[in-house]
Structure formats: C-alpha cells, structure tokens
Design a protein around this ligand. Sequence first.
Ligand code: CP
Ligand code: NVA
Length: 319
Amino acid sequence: MSQEEKDMTLKGRSFLTLKDFTAEEIDYLLDLAAELKKKKKAGIIGETMKGKNVALIFEKPSTRTRCAFTIGCIDEGAHPEYLGKDDIQLGHKESVEDTARVLGRMFDAIEFRGFKHENVEKLAKYSGVPVWNGLTDDYHPTQILADFLTLKEHFGHLKGLKLVFVGDGRNNMANSLMIGSAKMGVNFTIIAPKVLWPKEDLVELCKEYTKETGSEIVITEDIKAVEGADAIYTDVWCSMGEEDKASERVALLKPYQVNKAMMDMTGKDTTIFLHCLPAVKGNEVTEDVFESPNSLVFDEAENRLHSIKAVMVATLGNI
Ligand code: CP
Ligand code: NVA
C-alpha cells in the first residue's frame, strides 16, 4: 500500500478500538508517531491541523491523555476545547445523541474519555466527525500505540516479543493490549486470578486475529508464566469508577504484585517494566521495580503525546 493510500484509509475515521484497524494501519500510526516525535524534538512547528477545532470530553480525570490531546492539537495548529464532567450535560440533561449532533456542527473532531463504551460509539455515530477514544471502561486504544512505540524503540520490532500483563486481566488495558498484540504478532500472556480474566468472546476474537499473525495468547493464574517475558506490564488494581472494590482487589491481587522476585522469575535481566500510569506503588508494583533501570514508564508517558498526535494528524490533519 502506498503512503497516499494509507493516508486515505485513515482520513475522516474514528478511533474507538484497535479492532477497527489492520496491522498495516497500526504500523502506519506508529511510524507517523515516530516521525512526529522527531519533528517535535527538532523544534519544528506543524500546521497539519491549522484552523481545526477539537472538543475534549472528559467524564473521568486524566493527566497524560488530556495533556497529550491538548499539546498535540496546539503543536499542529488546532484549537483544543476542554469539556469536563461538570461543563456539559452529556447523558444527563441532554442525550448523548443530541450532544453529539451539536458538537458535530461546531467541532471538526471529538475526543471522549468516560465510562460507557457505547457512549463513544454513539458520539461517533451521531456527530459526523472523527471521534477518538481517550479511555472507556472497556478499552484504552491510544495507550496501546504509546506502549507499542516504546516497545519498538527499545527492541527494534514488535513481532515475536513476549508481553505479559499481570493484574486485573479484564480491565480496559488488558483488553486493549490483547487486541493490539494479536493484531501485531506480539505473544501475549495475561496472568490474573480466574475471576478477573477477560470476557471469553473477546479472547475468541483475538485468537481469530492471531491466525493471521501467528502470535500466541495465554491466559493463566500461574505467575511462573512470566518466564521468558520481554516486557511485564501492569495497571492499577481498581480502575476509575471501581473505587468501592479496593479492599476486595487488594486481597485478590496481592500474589500478582510486580516485584523484584517476579522480575527475576523471567530468567532474563533484560525484561522491561511497563505501566500506563498513574501507578499505586506498593500495590500492583513495588517502588524498586518502578524506579529500576528496566522501567520505561516515563518513555511510555511521553509517547502518549506523539502517538495521540499521530491519530489526530492521520484522521483529521492535512498530510
Ligand atoms: N495512562 C493514562 O491514560 O493516563 P491518564 O489517566 O493520566 O490520562
Ligand atoms: N485501568 C485504568 C487505566 C488508567 C489509565 C483505569 O481505567 O482507571
């Protein structure tokens, strides 16, 4: 596929989950993110989104995602408008469908971070402009682009790597890493207690994807499955909106903490540690692993900017 054809396929599209994108398209976004990163480091000001207005809807709090969308817009000439949970009536005094149609008349694109995944789908269906998922209860697709960019920068490739997610194996991060890994040929293991395994239909769908890429998906309760891992990934034990489950999760997930003993169980001293952040140190990861030279969490955090900018530029920008 030529560069021009790839650009054409992404222009005007929404970015709701990686299910909707081919491996070539994901690769294209990762290459574009790397290119935009170089451009930013060289101090080159872009204007691929000049004159565009972008709505940033946040029902849930955010540091990285909000800042990446805001700075990404400004770096490429667009105007970002932050709409927090108390600023608009989304789904309360006004239906999501109506807000979508209003915003679609005024804005050129919409980012949504919130609870129900069906709301980001409704925004995409009714607004008529590209909608980008900045995290829902079920998926966090822009995070995967940052994670995979970090893996590519570190290992030089994605295919054949062993990525192990330890912890809440049915949260938005585990779901999205599984989809992305299956699509990109990364061998993916989830280590979690059975009650926190991902939904069977999503696992089956991802196994379908692996028929094309040959990657392996393993779901297990056994922490010994970290053996041979190129990267160990974890996330908070209670996602936003699940705060009432805190004590139950601590009891359930204590044996799944990423600590020095678990890093040693990989049998490699080159295994890297990844986390989408924010982290609750002392729960899902110990301070020493978080601060170790093998921890690439701040490269990942920086890469949120370049990869989110790539999604916006590819779907909305003039390139
Ligand atoms: N990783 C991530 O999405 O961080 P924020 O919640 O700070 O946006
Ligand atoms: N699973 C976490 C991810 C935060 C980036 C949450 O949804 O709170």
